[in-house]
Design a protein around this ligand. Structure first.
Ligand code: PMP
Length: 444
């Protein structure tokens, strides 16, 4: 495989001289990228974006890709969908006023629509999913009077301090490897249980100090790990029994449908957090509160929600983000469009199963999103999925795909469908995947 990877990297360098030189010239960017994650590129340097529309991205060297990365979900509505472009132009250019610290009527529409989709009656806006999670956690602590947050091992909820904890090989909680400048040992602020392990969850909640369980209904950031039958019901039962709030982070699982997994699987969380896709490419985040939670917060008149108490942000709820979110939800990621995306996601998952049939790998799907993992049977927990990681194999598959016009998320092997993705796009991806696997078999 190393030989194949070298061959693909050489081809990548040959195909992308302008991206390579733009990267080399970005001397005053830390890590030569505007954000450190962009340095993670299987080819050795990132492709530079020239333009993007719908399910297509074109790089600086003039190559156009079928984009199955979609900005790691930020562009799940497709790149620059026309209704969002129009709404942004109207707000920013025609009417004027991107950020005035004043509400617009679009915001009430967005709140009502998020309520229709997710069922929670009270919404507040942020600029990122990370912040939505941070603020939800603070509110949960405030009203429960409890100090800790429980997360699943190998979860991802943004750069949320409390979430950087895993179940170590010996079964005890450990600070997640690579945790940058943790303010305190994460074990002080957090508890952790493996996903699909209600027994451990029950043990951890027994301590009576957990304000909230913050979780994705299905893990999507360590491959996709799906819930076993009865697991999510058990989580709800246990959290209720222990007076712990349940926060569903739907930032990625929004791919399950118009109301994410919360609606698709009839879940009943106390708080939902979301970000990325709902802005159609413009930064936005949001959290929704149950009636009970919102009343408990309101009853706490000692909490400073108006200024510097620790929740909210200057540009959160700004008119531009809100206009983009309204346009995305009203015209782009509609119920109908998302039903079509899920149908195509199923086609993608089934095709992927066939393409990798000869490998000891597995495929998991959450609506418009499908992913293969280097383990079969499919991992049941974050820990098992972590153990199935193979960075060199990831790199090979990613560069192989990029060299043949397919863009995948730089992290693991996730492929996502947007409203403009076609069956032909999926077929093209599957053909490339099959070829990559065949070469691997021949050489391996
Ligand atoms: N929650 C989940 C489930 C995510 O996958 C991510 C990002 N991958 C986030 C939160 C954080 O999103 P952002 O980086 O936009 O704040």
């Amino acid at each position: 495989m190393e030989r194949l990877l070298d061959r693909e990297r050489a081809r990548y360098a040959e195909l992308h001289p302008r991206s390579a030189s733009a990267y080399a010239n970005a001397k005053n960017l830390f890590g030569r990228t505007p954000m450190t994650w962009m340095a993670k590129q299987a080819g050795g340097f990132p492709l530079y974006l020239a333009s993007a529309r719908g399910a297509r991205v074109t790089d600086l060297d003039g190559h156009t890709y079928i984009d199955l990365c979609l900005g790691d979900t930020g562009a799940m509505a497709g790149h620059s969908p026309a209704p969002v472009v129009e709404a942004v132009q109207k707000r920013f250019k025609d009417l004027g006023g991107a950020t005035a610290m004043l509400p617009t009527e679009d915001a009430a529409w967005v709140g009502e629509e998020l309520t229709r989709r997710f069922g929670l009656p009270q919404w507040s806006l942020a600029l990122t999913a990370t912040d939505a999670n941070r603020w939800a956690i603070r509110l949960a602590r405030a009203i429960t009077g409890r100090p800790k947050i429980l997360v699943n091992s190998y979860c991802y909820h943004g750069s949320v301090d409390e979430s950087l904890i895993v179940v170590g090989p010996d079964g005890t909680p450990q600070i997640r490897e690579g945790n940058v400048g943790a303010p305190v040992d994460t074990r002080v602020t957090s508890r952790v249980a493996e996903y699909n392990d209600p027994h451990r969850l029950a043990q951890e909640l027994e301590h009576g100090d957990v304000a909230a369980v913050l979780m994705e209904p299905a893990l999507t950031n360590i491959g996709i790990v799906l819930p076993e039958p009865g697991y999510l019901e058990k989580v709800r039962e246990l959290t209720r029994a222990h007076g712990t709030l349940l926060i569903n982070d739907e930032t990625h699982t929004f791919s399950a449908g118009p109301g994410g997994c919360t609606r698709a699987w009839s879940l009943d969380p106390d708080i939902v957090t979301i970000g990325k896709a709902i802005g159609g490419g413009v930064p936005v985040g949001a959290y929704g509160l149950s009636q009970e939670v919102s009343e408990r917060i309101e009853a706490r008149t000692d909490l400073d929600l108006i200024d510097m108490g620790g929740v909210g942000g200057t540009l959160a709820g700004n008119a531009l983000s809100v206009a983009a979110t309204r346009a995305t939800l009203e015209h782009v990621l509609t119920d109908e469009a998302m039903a079509g995306m899920t149908a195509l996601g199923t086609y993608l998952a089934e095709g992927t199963r066939q393409a990798i049939a000869t490998m000891p790998w597995s495929v998991a799907q959450v609506g418009a999103r499908a992913e293969y993992r280097f383990a079969n049977p499919a991992p049941r927990t974050g820990g098992e999925s972590h153990a199935a990681e193979n960075p060199a194999l990831d790199d090979y598959l990613h560069v192989y795909a990029a060299n043949r016009g397919i863009l995948l998320t730089p992290f693991h092997n996730m492929a996502l469908v947007c409203p403009e993705t076609t069956q032909e796009d999926i077929d093209a991806h599957l053909e490339v995947l099959e070829a990559a696997v065949k070469e691997l078999e021949q050489d391996g």
